[in-house]
Design a protein. Structure first.
Length: 216
């Protein structure tokens, strides 16, 4: 194994599986939503792996905080541990990704107002929920780590539902609560369908960039 690629959700990883299939040195790991799930999954994987990966990529969706970032923009941030070879940052730039600053939170930023406040408070360009702890675990083991994320919702838009309120204790969506929320507000259905299209597009854009940076 040379590269471990982490995603919170299988939907984020789905288009990347075709890329990974062409690279026997690449392993994809679904870590779950949030810091606790990500830390548990990554620690368990690294503890059971024979040789450590030469690089860990923490990937998936991110909410835009910088209003200049558009749907489908791929952004990245390197950790303190730098890869000794591979020129990962140069590869990412050449593939069309942009350097950015991330903030990691314990809840989904669901409104434009919440994103605006996060931008003011942190100076970050985007928000997500897993990368900080993955970087920390990798730093303990001196493994280079790079965050590579794609904008799935921009700074100026609200999500159609408060997904934090629909989450189970393990952070996964409670589909019973989701069904009830939709039943109470059926007008949200077109917005949810549009969100699904946007996230599918974003996942495909991310996979395309990752496919360009991972060596054959």
């Amino acid at each position: 194994m040379s590269t471990l690629v982490c995603f919170a959700l299988k939907e984020e990883a789905a288009p990347f599986h075709k890329v990974a299939a062409r690279h026997p040195g690449v392993v994809t790991l679904i870590v779950g939503i949030g810091r606790a799930n990500a830390e548990k999954s990554v620690r368990s994987f690294l503890g059971s792996a024979g040789a450590p990966p030469s690089l860990v990529l923490t990937c998936g969706f991110a909410g835009g905080l910088n209003p200049d970032l558009k749907l489908g923009d791929v952004i990245f941030e390197s950790g303190k541990q730098k890869a000794e070879s591979g020129n990962w940052e140069e590869r990412l730039l050449a593939a069309g990704a942009q350097p950015a600053k991330f903030t990691c939170t314990d809840r989904i930023a669901t409104t434009a107002m919440e994103k605006w406040k996060l931008c003011l408070d942190t100076g970050a360009d985007a928000v997500e929920m897993e990368s900080a702890v993955i970087h920390a675990v990798c730093a303990e083991r001196n493994i280079p780590c790079v965050t590579v994320r794609v904008i799935s919702d921009t700074a100026h838009e609200d999500l159609p539902l408060d997904f934090n309120a629909l989450a189970k204790p393990d952070r996964n969506i409670d589909f019973g609560k989701l069904a009830w929320a939709i039943a109470k507000s059926p007008r949200k259905i077109p917005q949810l369908m549009q969100l699904q299209k946007k996230t599918k597009f974003a996942a495909e854009r991310l996979a395309a960039v990752l496919g360009k940076i991972i060596p054959s």
